[in-house]
Write a protein that binds this ligand. Structure first.
Ligand SMILES: Nc1ncnc2c1ncn2[C@@H]1O[C@H](COP(=O)(O)OP(=O)(O)OP(=O)(O)O)[C@@H](O)[C@H]1O
Length: 583
């Protein structure tokens, strides 16, 4: 286990995968009551059937939620829409209309857990919740609108369809060659990095000038290392995504020996490398807020699709050419059932809503920061007490004015359970280490570690060796360094996220919605975040001399694994580009 020790600030961190879990957990038994220390296999998750229903949004019914007994609410369960529509969402307005087509389940691998197909809500295309379509084993331009018509909308990606220069390039080539893209259509320019299951190359779609990142996986090697399920999970998840901060899978093709995924190329490298280049190796708060806000939206979308990401860390957050982020790497993700629900909170008077909203518990005298207790989060609250207006300044009719909060979309896959020991040591949630079984709350734990690392330049529980790190995660209290100085709101958010018991963790019940309401994000306009200026825009990429780049094992953005692992395929430098034996 200790062979995978790393130090924060190095270019790589190892992670636990299901295959590696035995060595990690078997020697680390913390909670014998819960079987900690024993690796268990992932139980198959139930799938819900897909049913055509009327286009009407379902009836609402009054209900009370045990988690928040004082708050009267209406839960509106959503049914599928048979017509495309646009739904402005209370929290995000940039998603496109849901467009329901019967999802085709053509998985051949029955080991994979599949998602329930749920419905479009909040303007988000929820039909594609992990329901993926495979069109044969050769090539598929998975997201090409024209090629998917008549087959399935699982590959329809309205965000990318019309005004993306990469789509235009792909369509150009397709109309020229009259078929899906193949290996011969790409020219590999240089190696960007290597991961557990493949090597990623910068590639040009020949004759178009359009660049892509092509992940090349050697089938035999993957099979021999029993990583087929991981590779398939990643591909299927990628095929289902359509979100500005998640990768677009433009094409997928197979050769005799290799499986290739064609994705957007991110010239800005990853946030781990970018952090290393910051003064003090930490981001200023405004920059950290920008990155974590975009990651939060990506994770919210994933949870709505029933995907628990499980591998958040700066290395997996890539920076696009416009400076916005792309969350990558889905081979450790878990797919599960989710049931998105619109929750309408009962109208309250202004006075009531104010009185219920002051939730900060300033009781932690011995800590550098106080935490806003997750339990006290109300849909209309999260205004710190010290920011409230004094009562005698209220207008007289304030007490009678009705406050009608917007309905909230809750799409947290709270029922998911996995026993796998997966993730990166410093980012592992306590419940994973203890082997108690874990669900979507692990993503909110990792989100807290991620924010901490961006702000302080290191993770909070890191020990000298991985084993110490794991003990610290489970047993040590959260502490903040005195330097750099970080706002109360940021520390408060981290404290809410890094609660050891998942059921008391911020976002445990209502997911990203809870986090978005935290004062740390008060200045964030969620709907227009794509229009916000990023903290940094990457330099335009110059294609390097390829022989040189290969000789030095160049890895774009300093991605982990890029320097020390040999390419999985035979790569020969040739003039301005690489020839790979199978291309
Ligand atoms: N779309 C992309 N644009 C630019 N660089 C990329 C892109 N995708 C991956 N990379 C680079 O390639 C490296 C390898 O990526 P890859 O996803 O294969 O492996 P990984 O992140 O190490 O995880 P895993 O071991 O799960 O495969 C990354 O670290 C990153 O630096």
């Amino acid at each position: 286990m200790d062979s995978s020790i790393d130090s924060v600030g190095s270019s790589s961190r190892t992670r636990n995968t299901p295959a590696k879990s035995k060595c990690s957990v078997a020697s680390f038994s913390i909670d014998s009551r819960n079987g900690g220390g024993t690796k268990k296999s992932e139980p198959p998750l139930k799938t819900s059937s897909i049913q055509e229903t009327s286009p009407e949004v379902l009836e609402s019914y009054e209900s009370s939620v045990s988690a928040e007994p004082q708050t009267p609410i209406s839960i509106i369960r959503m049914k599928k829409q048979s017509e495309p529509r646009f739904y402005p969402s209370p929290t995000n307005t940039f998603y496109t209309a849901p467009l329901y087509t019967e999802a085709k389940q053509s998985f051949t691998n029955t080991e994979l857990s599949e998602c329930a197909s749920t419905i479009g809500v909040g303007g988000i295309d929820l039909e594609k919740m992990g329901i993926l379509t495979y069109r044969g084993s050769t090539g598929s331009d998975v997201s090409d609108e024209s090629s998917s018509s008549g087959l399935s909308n699982a590959g329809y990606k309205p965000h990318r369809a019309n005004n993306d220069k990469r789509w235009v390039a792909i369509q150009e080539v397709r109309s020229r060659v009259g078929s899906s893209l193949e290996a011969k259509d790409f020219k590999l320019m240089r190696r960007l990095g290597g991961g557990d299951i493949g090597t990623v190359y910068l590639a040009e779609l020949i004759g178009t000038g359009a660049s892509f990142a092509v992940k090349v996986m050697e089938k035999a090697a993957i099979a021999a290392r029993k990583k087929l399920v991981r590779a398939q999970t990643e591909r299927e998840i990628l095929q289902s995504l359509d979100h500005p901060f998640l990768p677009t899978l433009y094409s997928h093709f197979e050769t005799e020996n290799h499986s290739c995924l064609v994705m957007e190329f991110c010239p800005g490298g990853d946030l781990h490398s970018l952090r290393q280049r910051q003064p003090g190796k930490y981001f200023p708060e405004h920059a950290a807020r920008f990155y974590v806000a975009e990651v939060l939206l990506a994770m919210e979308y994933l949870h709505m699709l029933g995907i628990i990401y499980r591998d958040l860390k700066p290395e997996n957050v890539l920076v696009r050419e416009d400076g916005h982020i792309m969350l990558s790497d889905f081979d450790l993700s878990l797919r599960c059932a989710v049931s998105p629900t619109l929750v309408r909170f009962a109208a309250t008077t202004a006075l009531e809503s104010k009185s219920s909203s002051y939730c900060i518990q300033p009781a932690c005298v011995d800590q550098p920061s106080c935490v806003i207790q997750p339990d006290c989060i109300q849909p209309v609250c999260f205004t710190p007490r010290f920011m409230s207006r004094s009562k005698n300044k209220k207008r007289p009719n304030d007490t009678t004015r009705q406050v009608r909060p917007l309905p909230e979309l809750i799409a947290e896959p709270t029922g998911a359970r996995s026993m796998s020991f997966v993730g990166t040591h410093e980012y592992l949630a306590p419940e994973i280490i203890k082997g108690e079984g874990h669900g979507s709350a692990v993503d909110w734990w990792t989100f807290g570690i991620f924010l901490y690392e961006l702000l302080f330049g290191r993770t909070p529980f890191k020990g000298d060796v991985n084993r110490t790190t794991l003990f610290n995660v489970v047993g040590q209290p959260l502490r903040f360094p005195e330097h750099p100085s970080v706002s109360f709101a940021a520390r408060d958010l981290i404290r809410g996220l890094l609660v050891k018991e998942p059921q008391h963790r911020l976002a445990y019940r209502r997911g990203a919605t809870e986090i978005k309401q935290h004062p740390f994000f008060q200045s964030v306009n969620w709907a227009l975040i794509r229009c916000t200026s990023p903290p940094q825009i990457p330099q335009p990429v110059k294609v390097m001399d390829q022989a040189n780049s290969l000789r030095h094992g160049h890895s774009q953005g300093g991605g982990h694994g890029g320097h020390d692992k040999p390419p999985t395929v035979d790569v020969k430098p040739s003039g301005n580009y690489l020839e790979i034996d199978f291309f």
